[in-house]
Design a protein around this ligand. Structure first.
Ligand code: SF4
Length: 352
């Protein structure tokens, strides 16, 4: 009999699972508390659970991590990049980004092993998709980082923000991602506010609409990276399936349904999408949409021809957007020198 990964269950499902096995539901609450509030992975350490129940649980379920920490790389700015090995030998990455002055402790996590979307500037895209992550494997990245960063007391500092911008396309693994979001947001779990959870997408239109219909208050980040279809299709093949017009329709639908501002991600690549006329085109495209543009100077990947633009091109691009009334910021660069661009560590490891 395959053991149940308890971290793949929301609190509601955990209660149901306990009841089906003939245990009282409050035991599920206690276990949930041990896992997420105390970081305990071992039934024997769960002192308020009777020994007999602990033994039964050992036979039918597990809470120990699906991930083994393979490597951690530390940057001078506090950023840590983690490479995890999954049980089937695949590797995934997550990043810890602390901003202590703002009391913000963010993690950027993966939703798939590899990615099927094939964006031309992305290290994760090489090798395509291996498989989706389970909810347990998604949640385990946050638990694993929380354990790594905790001082003497587990949970301090506590992770405050979660961003699904690591490896994979989160909306292509929507069910597992949404359940992980439910666990992260659960007031008896991590208790991370919905508005502090960001899901990014390269632009899967039907899934954006599905997400909109759920009315969740999370942050939707749409990777745009180009102001027109011609360039976007070159950088992001998904654009051939869902061109910009359809994507922006879905984004407006999302905004109407949720009342939330959407974030557009725009990786600035030298002499590819950073020209002033492209900034003007982008501003015209986004006029009237409740949005914020995140300009992200490219984090170059070895072996790729793309370069990071010079600072003055980045400033010029930002100023054009601001002049035309588009809210935008340049994302602070973090983790340089530790192969922090998504997918790089895994790629190096896979090459051996
Ligand atoms: S940028 Fe994101 S969506 Fe595109 S290939 Fe990389 S991981 Fe996938």
């Amino acid at each position: 009999m395959k053991k149940q990964d308890l971290k793949s269950l929301s609190r509601k499902e955990l209660k149901k699972w306990f009841q089906e096995k003939g245990y009282p539901a409050y035991r599920a609450e206690q276990i949930f508390n041990w896992i997420y509030r105390n970081g305990v992975e071992d039934f024997t350490a769960m002192k308020n659970i009777p020994a007999e129940l602990r033994r039964e649980l050992e036979e039918k379920a597990y809470v120990n991590s699906n991930l083994a920490l393979e490597e951690a790389r530390y940057a001078g700015d506090g950023t840590v990049k983690y490479l995890w090995k999954l049980e089937d030998g695949h590797f995934i990455e997550s990043v810890y980004l602390p901003y202590p002055e703002e009391k913000r402790y963010s993690v950027c996590i993966s939703s798939q092993v590899g990615c099927p979307m094939n964006c031309s500037f992305c290290a994760t895209a090489r090798g395509g998709l291996e498989r989706n992550l389970t909810t347990g494997e998604i949640v385990d990245q946050v638990l694993g980082i929380q354990r790594e960063i905790s001082g003497e007391e587990y949970g301090l500092p506590g992770i405050t923000n979660v961003v699904f911008m690591g490896m994979g396309e989160p909306l292509a693994n929507l069910a597992a991602v949404l359940k992980a979001v439910e666990i992260l947001n659960d007031e008896k779990g991590f208790n991370i506010g919905m508005r502090r959870i960001t899901i990014s997408t390269c632009g899967l239109v039907p899934e954006i609409r599905k997400l909109a219909d759920m009315g969740l208050q999370l942050v939707l980040a749409v990777s745009l990276h180009a102001p027109n279809n011609q360039l976007r299709s070159k950088l992001m093949p998904i654009n051939k399936k869902y061109p910009i017009e359809e994507l922006l329709d879905a984004v407006e639908y999302y905004i109407n349904k949720t009342g939330r501002r959407v974030s557009f991600e725009y990786i600035l690549i030298d002499k590819v999408n950073d020209f002033p006329e492209q900034a003007r085109e982008l501003a015209d495209l986004l006029q009237g949409i409740l949005c914020h543009v995140n300009l992200i100077p490219l984090n170059p990947v070895r072996e790729f021809a793309y370069e990071r633009p010079a600072d003055d091109s980045i400033d010029r691009f930002r100023e054009i957007l601001l002049d035309k009334g588009i809210e935008c910021t340049v994302r602070q660069e973090r983790g340089t020198g530790i192969e922090a661009a998504c997918g790089q560590l895994r790629h190096l490891r896979n090459k051996g």
